[in-house]
Design a protein around this ligand. Structure first.
Ligand code: XMP
Length: 506
């Protein structure tokens, strides 16, 4: 398999570099700066990309890489910090940029294969430092008004570097740039695709598991569902799935996903009814982190008990590539203790973990699900948090509040679907705010609850914008929720982006 390695120096956009290379048809992988040369070389290495990053390469302690990378016999591309580091390591000079450039910047390109088919155009810049003098044997191949060395190359050695960020969509010729690098310069055939790897992933699961048995936690979410479908293809009924109904699911959800799992995909699923257990433990608890911890712990207990009965050798996890990348960064503040089926028990004895999706991004997981013939409503389900409705009832949880939340949420889902927005809006749900206010209905005073509507657009849930739902749709949603949900007399729409908000209220 052709493979391009991206050395990750910590910029915000590094996952995007991996995406763009894959979109150009080549499998890509992010590795840390201290990865060994053997790990970088691996199998089928076709090129290396040195990513951007927040350091100044001439400061002590700045991230660096082994100069052996330039001797691997494959082309190397430096991007932003990667360009500065390459130039410094090879004898050029890097220092503070006389004029810093941020955002859209007009770049003039010289004659070069890297820029084939690209006109002088807008690129995205974001840098404090700049290459002041290119290394010996390099020539300058692009410039801007404020940055005379905006790209360099040494074609004989296959070394290329750009100061701008070709990976962001604001760079006009983003796709052409990556196609030029991977096809023209690295000479890749560009034949990698998600559809094409299903068979390889299935074969890898068979090789890992042998005659063993695998147990999986299913949440109804896309990652665990696709992972289970894939492993089922590999080993059939030696996969046992456990679906824990914690009583915090949306209306009809348990029935719907169980129907897909059992009847459409043919998975071997044990459904555990643990509603009472969870709701008893949660009674009277209103602090969000306390709720999350209780749910996380109970989940593990229930899962563990079932898994022990089955006695499997391997645990299947729906880990995806962003989880792998993020778990390598460390040190970030805990905003919320995310509870995932993917983060399940470390203390049950298994021979190993099966993580077939760990090289894929979320939308690639969806493509894989489709190529495995999974039902579209399961593949395109909006993300739903592990702690479920518990973090959408603000304050303590009661059956009455859950009931109000479920009814209002169903109305919202129906209206969004009717409006044809169910794929373009990333997530949409209602929140039981716990707030009561005065209203008037049928000439009578009411003093009832407020429901909040949350709808956001995003590509990865890391940053989101509130969805600009049309007013007539919002009015229909509000009218229906108040008319059809007892004890609700007010509906508000949450107009907070993330950051500063988060998607869920707790
Ligand atoms: P926040 O609220 O942190 O949510 O902006 C980001 C995304 O993660 C989902 N979410 C969770 N998913 N376990 C999960 O599996 C959790 O504990 C959890 N908390 C939030 C949330 O729905 C959104 O898609």
């Amino acid at each position: 398999m052709e493979r391009i390695v991206i050395i990750n120096f910590g910029a915000q956009y590094n996952q995007l570099i991996a995406r763009r290379v894959r979109e150009a048809g080549v499998y890509s992988e992010l590795l840390p700066p201290d990865a060994s040369i053997e790990a970088i070389r691996g199998d089928g290495l076709s090129g290396v990309i040195l990513s951007g990053g927040p350091d100044s390469c001439y400061q002590p302690g700045a991230r660096t890489c082994s100069p052996e990378i330039f001797e691997l016999g494959v082309p190397v591309l430096g991007i932003c910090y990667g360009m500065q580091l390459m130039c410094q390591l090879l004898g050029g000079t890097v220092g503070p940029a006389p004029v810093r450039e941020y955002g859209r910047t007009f770049v003039r390109f010289g004659e070069n294969r890297l820029f084939s088919g690209m006109e002088d155009s807008i690129c995205w810049m974001s840098h404090n430092d700049a290459v002041l003098k290119a290394p010996e044997g390099f020539r300058v191949i692009a410039e801007t008004d404020d940055c005379p060395v905006a790209a360099v190359c040494c074609e004989e050695r296959g070394l290329y570097a750009v100061q701008f960020h070709p990976e962001v969509r604001h760079t006009e010729y983003c796709a052409e740039f990556f196609r030029n690098f991977v096809r023209e310069i690295c000479k890749c055939t560009g034949s990698w695709s998600v559809d094409g790897i299903a068979d390889e992933l299935i074969a890898a699961v068979r090789a890992q598991v042998g005659n063993g048995r695998v147990v999986a936690g299913l949440s109804g979410g896309v990652d665990s569902s696709v992972a289970a479908t894939l492993v089922h293809r590999a080993i059939g009924d030696r996969l046992t799935c456990i679906f824990v109904d914690h009583g915090l699911l949306r209306l009809g959800e348990a029935e719907e996903v169980m129907d897909y799992y059992r009847n459409e995909i043919g998975l071997n699923v044990i459904e555990v009814d643990a509603k009472e257990r969870f709701l008893t433990k949660l009674a009277g608890v209103s602090e969000p982190e306390a709720k999350r911890k209780i749910i996380g712990t109970e989940f593990i207990r229930v899962f563990e008990a079932e898994a022990k009965k089955i006695g499997a050798d391997f645990l299947l996890q729906g880990t995806i590539y962003p989880d792998v990348i993020e778990s390598g960064t460390g040190g970030a503040q805990v905003i919320k203790s995310h509870h995932n089926v993917g983060g399940l028990p470390k203390n049950i004895a298994f021979k190993g973990l099966v993580e077939p999706l760990r090289i894929l991004f979320k939308d690639e997981v969806r493509m894989l699900g489709e190529s495995l013939g999974m039902p579209a409503p399961l593949v395109w389900r909006q993300p739903f948090p592990g702690p479920g409705l518990a973090i959408r009832v603000i304050g303590d949880i009661t059956e009455e509040k859950l009931d109000i939340l479920r009814k209002s949420d169903l109305i919202l889902r129906e209206e969004i679907k009717k409006a044809g927005l169910d794929r373009s809006v990333w997530q949409y749900f209602t929140v039981f705010t716990g707030l009561r206010s005065v209203g008037v209905m049928g000439d009578c005073r009411t003093y009832d609850y407020t429901i909040a509507v949350r709808a956001v657009t995003s590509t990865d849930a890391m940053t989101v914008e509130f969805a600009e739902l049309p007013y007539d749709l919002l009015r229909r949603i509000s009218n229906r929720i108040i008319a059809e949900t007892p004890h609700v007399n007010r509906v508000v729409f949450d107009i907070t982006d993330k950051p500063p908000g988060t998607i869920e209220w707790e």
